[in-house]
Design a protein around this ligand. Structure first.
Ligand SMILES: Cc1cc2nc3c(=O)[nH]c(=O)nc-3n(C[C@H](O)[C@H](O)[C@H](O)COP(=O)(O)O)c2cc1C
Length: 277
C-alpha cells in the first residue's frame, strides 16, 4: 500500500509505487504538490485577493537565481491589458476568464544598469546575459506555479504572448533588455483536470552518462499510454497528415511543430538590446 506521493509518481511515470521511496510528512506534502501538478484552464470568477497575490509573487521571487543576479521580474497585469492579451489568443478563452494574470520577464537590464551608473564598460553584454535571465525567469515561473497550487489555486502558463512580443512589451512598458518569458493566468479552478503522464524515467534520467539509444522504443510505449488515456484528443492538421490510428504524444508534437513557430523571436530579442552572439 503506497501513500499519496508514490501514488502520484506511479501514475505520472507509469511505474510501480514500490519503486519510489516513502517520504514522511511534511516533506511528503510538499513533494505531493510537485508530483500532483497539473495546469488548469477553467476558472470560477471568485476573486484572488491582492494580499494573496503579493504572498505568491514574494514566494516565487524567493527562488534561487544565477550568481544571485536576480535577473527576473514579475508584472501583475491589470484587467484592461489582460483583456488585450486575451483578444490576441482567441483559441485560449481561459485567458479572459482567469481572475488574475502575471507576466514573468527576463531582466538583463538590472545588471547592465549597475555598470551604467558607474560609467564602467560592461564586458558581458553577450548571449550569456540573455540565457541567464531567461533561466531566472523560468525558475521563477515554476516556483510561482508551485506556490499557487500549494494554496489551492490553479492556472496555466501562456507562452503564446511571445507571438506578439512587441505588443506585450508596449502594453507592459518593458524597457530595453527586459523581455516577456511567459504569462501565467490563474484563479480558483472550476474542474479537476487529469494528471499528464511524463516520458518514462528510463528515458529522461541518465545514470552516469547520457544514453538515448532506446529512446524510440520508450517513446512508442509512452505514445500508446497517452493514446489510451486521451482517446478523444483532437488530432492536429488532419488535412495535411491524415488521421492517425494511434495518436500519441510524438505524433501530436511532430504535427504541432510541423509549422514554423515564432521564427522572428530572435529578431525581437535583439531589438530589445540583448546580444544573441
Ligand atoms: C513555459 C510554458 C509555457 C506554456 N505555454 C502555454 C500556452 O501558451 N498555452 C497553453 O495552453 N499551455 C501552455 N503551457 C502549459 C503546457 O501545455 C502544460 O504544462 C503541458 O501540457 C503539460 O501539462 P501539465 O502541466 O498539466 O502537466 C505552458 C507551459 C510552460 C511551462
Amino acid at each position: 500500500m503506497g501513500d499519496r506521493l508514490t501514488e502520484l509518481l506511479a501514475l505520472r511515470f507509469g511505474c510501480e509505487q514500490a519503486s519510489f521511496a516513502s517520504v514522511s510528512p511534511p516533506a511528503a506534502d510538499i513533494l505531493a504538490v510537485l508530483a500532483g501538478h497539473r495546469v488548469h484552464r477553467g476558472f470560477h470568477g471568485r476573486p484572488v485577493p491582492d494580499d494573496l497575490v503579493r504572498t505568491l509573487v514574494a514566494s516565487a521571487l524567493s527562488a534561487p537565481s544565477k550568481s544571485d543576479l536576480q535577473q527576473r521580474d514579475i508584472v501583475i497585469v491589470d484587467r484592461a491589458i489582460q483583456q488585450k492579451i486575451a483578444d490576441r489568443v482567441p483559441q485560449s478563452p481561459w485567458v479572459r476568464d482567469a481572475p488574475r494574470c502575471v507576466v514573468f520577464c527576463a531582466n538583463g537590464r538590472r545588471l547592465f544598469s549597475l555598470f551604467e551608473q558607474r560609467n564602467w564598460l560592461f564586458p558581458n553584454d553577450h548571449f550569456d546575459l540573455f540565457f541567464n535571465s531567461i533561466g531566472d525567469a523560468a525558475i521563477t515561473l515554476a516556483w510561482f506555479i508551485v506556490a499557487t497550487e500549494a494554496v489551492g489555486l490553479a492556472g496555466c502558463p501562456l507562452s503564446e504572448i511571445r507571438n506578439f512580443p512587441e505588443k506585450v512589451s508596449e502594453w507592459l512598458c518593458l524597457p530595453d533588455k527586459v523581455i516577456p518569458f511567459a504569462a501565467y493566468c490563474f484563479g480558483w479552478s472550476k474542474d479537476d483536470t487529469p494528471l499528464t503522464p511524463r516520458l518514462p524515467l528510463e528515458m529522461t534520467v541518465h545514470a552516469g552518462r547520457f544514453d538515448d539509444a532506446k529512446a524510440i522504443i520508450s517513446i512508442d510505449g509512452y505514445d500508446r499510454c497517452r493514446a489510451r488515456l486521451q482517446p478523444s484528443i483532437e488530432q492536429r492538421a488532419v488535412d495535411r497528415w491524415g488521421a492517425s490510428p494511434i495518436y500519441g504524444w510524438s505524433e501530436d508534437k511532430a504535427r504541432q511543430y510541423s509549422v514554423e513557430q515564432r521564427a522572428g523571436f530572435g529578431a525581437f530579442v535583439r531589438s530589445k538590446g540583448f546580444s544573441t552572439e
